[in-house]
Write a new protein. Structure first.
Length: 362
């Protein structure tokens, strides 16, 4: 038995429960979790915005140490430090063979998979195939990515979602170039990671915006040159900071119709608006044909940073070791498994950035 954060049904409060891990299969690994980041997608599993099977172990952004491997596993060995990969591609579907592993058919729409049991024998499910809010987990070896030597293991957890998504949106989707101007709207873990990514890309002007004024210090520490409190005048303010044109790139990291429209309206003619936030299906974003023609903007989304985790996570980890990518500023709270409900409350109210659950050796 190990301790894990479980939600027994939609809307129920997360609670720490004893869970029984599944038997180790020939291509599985058992990982001792060192740390896990609390992502908005985890909250969406609780409130039903994303609908997993219940009961479910929360968590998909985590790092740890391989404790045991199945007999057919060759990619990692006991003692390896790893980041968990919730979007492990199959490498066989049309998207994978056409170099778009982030669109892999095998992982499309997967919100949970059966894995383990509660103490009473009830079938348990793992969030996004991971279930990382736990002391230990068993999962397929293809869902772990080895880390290079060096760098803090606890902060490496953020590479598995927030950093890969935010930096990937900048590098892989938008391909921000040196000297360009950027707006990042929404400054949670992913938004702040996008700010880090634009700084690494050499953006000349990085405008960060959030409804919470307390995010300014976090944004500037990540590399923002300007900060604005987000309201219905934001697009006008952005244009005022860019000689009336608007920015070359806007990254919407909220996932709401209103903020998508605001980000779109903040982009110059011929610029690009990239939607990174995941929203619900009950909202509509409306454009008229004339503005689509006149502004010649590009509107796109970025799924998991349009990344290949097996390649991009080691690259990002190397940048952490080299001192080019500082993840410490993304973490505003260090907590235990029992503190997850409070972390969700902070997230829902817009306070702080990433809460990092400290679980095992780091």
């Amino acid at each position: 038995m190990v301790k894990a954060v479980v939600v027994v049904e939609q809307g129920a409060a997360p609670e720490v429960r004893d869970v029984e891990l599944p038997a180790l299969g020939p291509q599985d690994v058992r990982v001792r979790i060192a740390a896990a980041g609390v992502c908005h997608s985890d909250l969406s599993m609780v409130n039903g915005t994303i609908a997993p099977q219940y009961p479910v172990v929360l968590g998909h952004e985590a790092s740890g140490v391989v404790a045991e491997t199945g007999p057919e596993v060759t990619s990692v060995r006991e003692g390896d430090r790893v980041v968990l990969n919730w979007a492990a591609p199959c490498r066989e579907c049309w998207f994978c063979v056409h170099d778009e592993p982030w669109l892999c058919s095998a992982i499309e729409g997967v919100t949970s998979v059966p894995r383990g049991e509660l103490a009473d024998g009830t079938q348990l499910h793992a969030c996004m195939g991971i279930g990382g809010f736990a002391e230990e987990i068993v999962l397929p070896a293809r869902s772990v990515v080895p880390l290079p030597d060096g760098g803090p293991l606890d902060l490496a957890a953020l590479l598995g979602c927030a950093v890969l998504t935010g930096v990937g949106a900048v590098r892989n989707t938008a391909k921000v170039r040196k000297g360009q101007s950027v707006l990042v709207l929404g400054l949670g873990g992913i938004g702040l990671s996008a700010v880090l990514g634009t700084r690494l890309a050499g953006a000349a002007q990085i405008i960060a915006a959030d409804v919470s004024a307390e995010k300014e210090s976090l944004a500037r520490a990540a590399g923002a040159t300007d900060f604005l409190v987000s309201d219905d005048k934001l697009a006008k303010q952005v244009r005022g900071l860019t000689d009336g044109r608007g920015v070359d790139h806007a990254f919407e990291c909220v996932g709401a119709a209103a903020t998508i429209r605001t980000a779109w309206g903040s982009v110059r003619r011929g610029g690009q608006c990239t939607v990174v936030g995941v929203g619900g299906r009950d909202q509509q974003v409306v454009f008229n044909p004339l503005e689509l023609f006149h502004f010649a903007r590009t509107l796109t989304s970025s799924i998991y940073g349009d990344s290949d985790p097996e390649k991009d996570i080691p690259q990002l980890a190397g940048e952490v070791v080299a001192g080019d990518l500082d993840l410490a500023g993304l973490v505003t709270h260090r907590i235990s498994l029992a503190d997850v409900p409070a972390a969700f409350e902070r997230m829902a109210s817009g306070h702080g950035a990433r809460s990092l659950i400290e679980i095992g050796d780091r």
